[in-house]
Design a binder for this molecule. Structure first.
Ligand SMILES: NC(=O)c1ccc[n+]([C@@H]2O[C@H](COP(=O)([O-])OP(=O)(O)OC[C@H]3O[C@@H](n4cnc5c(N)ncnc54)[C@H](OP(=O)(O)O)[C@@H]3O)[C@@H](O)[C@H]2O)c1
Length: 212
């Protein structure tokens, strides 16, 4: 697939790198091709392409958004038309002071993004853990049980596309429902951060789903 990344820092870089190595055509939508994160992503994987945001998004089938939440309006507004009809994977998290919800739990970051690009199919994914688990999703010793990636979105076809990418990256995608479920995923993120980084458990744990 043609995949484009807006943001290639801690989260975007490992996903872009691995998806390119899985055979996808991956482009960085760079506001500044010389930025430290773009240069580090290219150093890690010279097969990533770099383009200006507009052509990079226009050529994409799926776009990953992995910027700080504070940057979403600046990043997305010029791309609103180019993003129409495309799948946008929302990897962002609204994290507020003292690990509170950055939008006071009134609405989710994903719904805020969806409102900015109403013609785009927003799917929240790759958010509920720290980036270390996107660097390495392997948890050996659990048989066929895979680490869970909870996703949410309003469009079934878009979610199926994102679920397939999750599977390719070693995750068990779990569809939690429409985009209003993203608020709960964002609270799961806060839970994970508090356990991993606040309580000193470390980043090497994820959730799994057991179902009868
Ligand atoms: N860190 C984690 O463990 C983790 C885990 C899950 C989800 N998240 C969420 O994922 C998102 C990214 O986190 P991160 O840790 O990867 O951040 P990061 O390392 O700081 O990287 C941010 C990326 O966003 C780009 N960016 C910033 N402002 C932009 C703008 N206005 N337009 C276009 N691109 C812009 C930066 O590009 P430049 O180089 O040009 O500045 C950089 O490539 C956040 O919303 C975070 O909450 C983080």
């Amino acid at each position: 697939m043609n995949l484009t990344f807006i943001g290639v820092g801690n989260v975007g870089a490992p996903l872009a790198d691995q998806l390119q190595k899985l055979g996808h055509s991956v482009t960085i939508a760079a506001r500044d091709p010389q930025s430290q994160t773009v240069q580090a992503a290219l150093e890690r994987n010279p097969s990533l392409a770099v383009q200006a945001p507009l052509p990079a998004v226009a050529a994409a089938e799926v776009v990953f958004l992995a910027t700080p939440l504070a940057a979403i309006a600046a990043a997305l507004s010029p791309l609103k038309t180019a993003l129409a009809g495309k799948v946008l994977v929302d990897c962002t998290n609204p994290v507020g002071p003292n690990l509170s919800h950055g939008l006071q739990s009134q609405t989710s970051g994903s719904e805020t993004i969806q409102a900015l690009v109403p013609e785009t199919q927003v799917v929240k994914a790759f958010t509920i853990y720290g980036f270390e688990n996107f660097e390495d999703s392997h948890y050996p010793g659990y048989g066929n049980l895979k680490p869970a990636m909870l996703i949410a979105g309003n469009d079934a076809a878009a979610k199926a596309t994102v679920a397939d990418l999750c599977q390719q990256l070693g995750w068990e995608p779990i569809d939690t429902g429409n985009l209003d479920m993203a608020l709960h995923l964002e609270h799961m993120t806060l839970l994970w951060i508090k356990m991993a980084r606040g309580q000193g458990r470390g980043a090497g744990f994820v959730w799994a789903m057991l179902q009868r």
